[in-house]
Design a protein around this ligand. Structure first.
Ligand code: TYD
Ligand code: MG
Length: 461
């Protein structure tokens, strides 16, 4: 009889330990260990899952000379969405396991139901542990499309889902969500790390053995990580992350791991009354806010973690009503803002000491990347002179205490992200080694500035 025992698992990286620890020895995170029941009998499959080996038992792979391996896109299946096909590197690969993560309400279920409805040639099994088939039908009616070849299964048992998939042999299996399904092999309840790992390993084995691509939907924790997660990131072939504010219409689907393509791609969607709409020109995301040229806003190309993206910084500079001017910042360090104001005053001669200055980072974001400095300086000057900054301009540079504009890391990625989002011109440091002598990268015109006065001249000429 299998014996129950408990172990401690790190919720951040999945590391297992026989006893509680304040800090996870594997990833160094604090207070992330939780106790979970493990069944001794499931050790084998767990080991298989964590090592990723032994999963292809029964498959008859033979070594091939590297030179003989064909590069044709033979095993690629189109998902009917141009954007997601591009994100995956030209369609989904046979037998691959894809994880789509995102916060609740962001549109994961909508997207994964839209795929079969818009790709009627693809027979799909959509297994949901979250919604009943009736609820899914109602959503499907709203989304429109072709309902012929899409099968719905309201089920949470991994074994049953796989048994049904084997019977139906679909061209694509979607599991919504990995946190609601459970396998008999693990004794703990759904959503625990052991369950997520065991279940994902089962789906991986099914995908590899049958050649059917499997899409797993995963929820995200508060701090933006896939819940249960790092372990899943190792197992799956592709990780797509849905980002954005569920209160706003625009969503970004970002590839953060892809064994079959590039990870620097993003796809932009708009949530409408009839589901998600692909936004092929993402710059339209920022354009509605710039119907007319407004002063006091500038866009920064920042990198958060490993991801480049663009944020709008807003400043309001007005004559102080009281003796001591007010300074306040939302989403940005107020001390750094004061430093920037002092630099603008002392090094570039702008008279800001007697002005109230309010700063805001749009979208409720909190930014710590020093590359935001240049956009903030531009927004402050723009508001001060009441001269708008063109909505086609982006900024990426750190400002030093002597007013010089310092180069920032990964400038190429920032420029290409700005280019992808429809900007035409970016202000950067002239001291950047990577950009020596280059004034154009792709569609972007690169404006190199040595110091604040220089930028101001080039910006408001
Ligand atoms: P959903 O796909 O259920 O999110 P997730 O699976 O990531 O939790 O999306 C839910 C939100 O999308 C919900 O707030 C309603 C909205 N929505 C629309 O605006 N239009 C639509 O056509 C659909 C289906 C959903
Ligand atoms: Mg859902």
């Amino acid at each position: 009889m299998p014996k129950n025992k408990t172990s401690w698992f790190c919720t951040s990286c999945g590391n297992e330990s026989p006893k509680w620890m304040g800090q996870c020895p594997a990833c160094g995170e604090w207070n992330t260990m939780v106790e979970e029941t493990v069944v001794t009998g499931s050790r084998q499959s767990r080991q298989a899952a964590s090592k990723g080996r032994g999963l292809l038992r029964g498959s008859s792979a033979e070594p091939e000379a590297l030179k003989d391996i064909s590069l044709e896109n033979k095993g690629r299946i189109s998902l009917g969405h141009q954007e997601i096909d591009r994100l995956l590197g030209g369609g989904v690969v046979e037998g691959s396991l894809i994880l789509i993560g995102g916060e609740p309400g962001i549109g994961k279920s909508t997207l994964s139901l839209q795929i079969p409805l818009q790709a009627p040639q693809l027979k799909t099994l959509y297994a949901s542990g979250e919604e009943s088939p009736r609820q899914i039908k109602l959503r499907g009616q709203r989304l429109g499309g072709n309902h012929e070849n899409c099968y719905i299964l309201g089920e949470t048992s991994v074994e049953n889902i796989i048994a049904q998939a084997e019977k139906l042999s679909p061209g694509l299996l979607i599991v919504d969500s990995i946190q609601t399904v459970c396998t008999e092999d693990a004794d703990s309840s759904a959503g625990t790390i052991v369950q997520i790992r065991e279940s994902a390993a089962k789906f991986l084995r099914y995908a590899k053995e049958s050649g059917t691509p499997v899409i797993l939907i995963g929820h995200i924790t508060k701090d933006g990580n896939l819940a249960g997660p790092k372990i899943l990131e190792h197992i799956v072939d592709v990780v797509l992350q849905f980002e954005g504010d569920s209160k706003h219409a625009y969503r970004i689907l970002r590839s953060i791991k892809n064994r079959f393509g590039s990870t620097s791609e993003i796809a932009v969607y708009e949530m409408t009354g009839t589901g998600l709409r692909e936004v092929s020109n993402p710059s339209e995301m920022l354009i509605p806010m710039h119907d007319e040229d407004l002063s006091g806003t500038a866009v920064a190309a920042i990198i958060d973690g490993t991801r480049p993206f663009l944020v709008e910084t807003q400043a309001l500079v007005s004559t102080a009503a009281y003796g001591t001017p007010q300074r306040s910042a939302t989403g940005f360090d107020v001390r750094r803002m004061n430093m920037l104001l002092a630099v603008l005053e002392k090094r570039a001669g702008f008279r800001l000491a007697a002005k109230d200055v309010f700063l805001n980072i749009a979208g409720g974001l909190r930014i710590a990347d020093p590359a935001t400095d240049l956009a903030i300086a531009a927004a402050i000057l723009s508001s001060n002179f009441d001269l708008p900054v063109s909505p086609e301009y982006a900024f990426a540079g750190e400002i030093g205490l002597s007013g010089e504009i310092r180069p920032v890391s990964q400038i190429d990625r920032r420029i290409s992200e700005a280019g992808k989002l429809g900007f035409s011109r970016i202000f950067v440091s002239s001291y950047s080694k990577e950009l020596q002598g280059r004034n154009r990268i792709g569609n972007m015109e690169v404006i190199q500035c040595g110091n604040i006065t220089d930028m101001c001249k080039k910006l408001f000429k």
